[in-house]
Design a protein around this ligand. Sequence first.
Ligand code: 8YV
Length: 327
Amino acid sequence: MTQSPPRLLQYGKMPLPVLDRELAAQFDVTVLSEQADRAGFLAEHGAAFEYVVTTAAMGLPGDVVRALPNLKFVSSFGVGFDALAQASLLERGVRVGYTPGVLDDCVADMAFALLLDAARGLSAADRFVRRGDWSRQRFGLQTRASGKRLGIFGMGRIGGTVARRASGFDMEVAYHNRRPVEGSPHLYLPSLLALARWSDFLVITAVAGADTRHIVNTEVLDALGPQGFLVNVARGSVVDEAALVAALQGGNIAGAGLDVFEDEPHPLPALLALDNVVLSPHVASGTFETRRAMADLVLQNLAQCIATGQPVTEVPWSAEAAAARHG
Ligand code: 8YV
């Protein structure tokens, strides 16, 4: 007799349909978001699931974790883990896999795309041509990017990849992190404020969490100054979006490029009316190649965790949180 495939709770649809199909081919899948009565379904069937798949964007709330008494492993599609219910997962000793490394290049590429677009007004220029304005007037002069100062807040894998891109643009790089990165050739500045003061372009690649929430505030934006540009490819929560709107409206900074927002998919309406900000719908990792690599890692993490109890790439919860881990 053939063994039946393990049951898998998919929190919602994956960002690439082929992964939905691959999961359905290997597991007995239930998609929670497709259940009319989510709480009722969990109350009745929660104990049947040991494995869950979700994404960094969808996350996994504590009430779902608590409704799955036999949960052993969560495989998350994405590198961010701020939307996963850390306390409930750690308390229950649930292992969590995620997809670091494979998206660094595409996220860094997107940081540069936003930086160049914001500096050179590319999206605004595109609108200008399409409106037919070119036959009536000249497009205004923009800001040079090459040779300028690039500040990176969060010098992890993605920050380091952004720094490598910068050398092709002859940019000087400095960064701020919780602590200096050993062996980094770049200037370490002791605070985000000092980094903002130093930077022409400030790129945010920091991990989101309670300690970085709204850390890019009015004071930091004022320090970046009227010639400065902000680029955010991390999480919307790191930037006080209302303060950013005020800074863009008042000319306190020159412009911004944003892939992430505080309340996705709802950027503050005031942002939509501004020509000095470039908006993209949280797609920094959204290439065929990178999403495929992320999908592969989601599947590998599941397979290895089922076989050995240990994912290939496990979420590095903070040291304090891990120390409090039970089980
Ligand atoms: C994901 C992301 O594509 O990896 C992350 O943390 O935010 C994105 O790369 C997204 O979460 C998938 O839904």
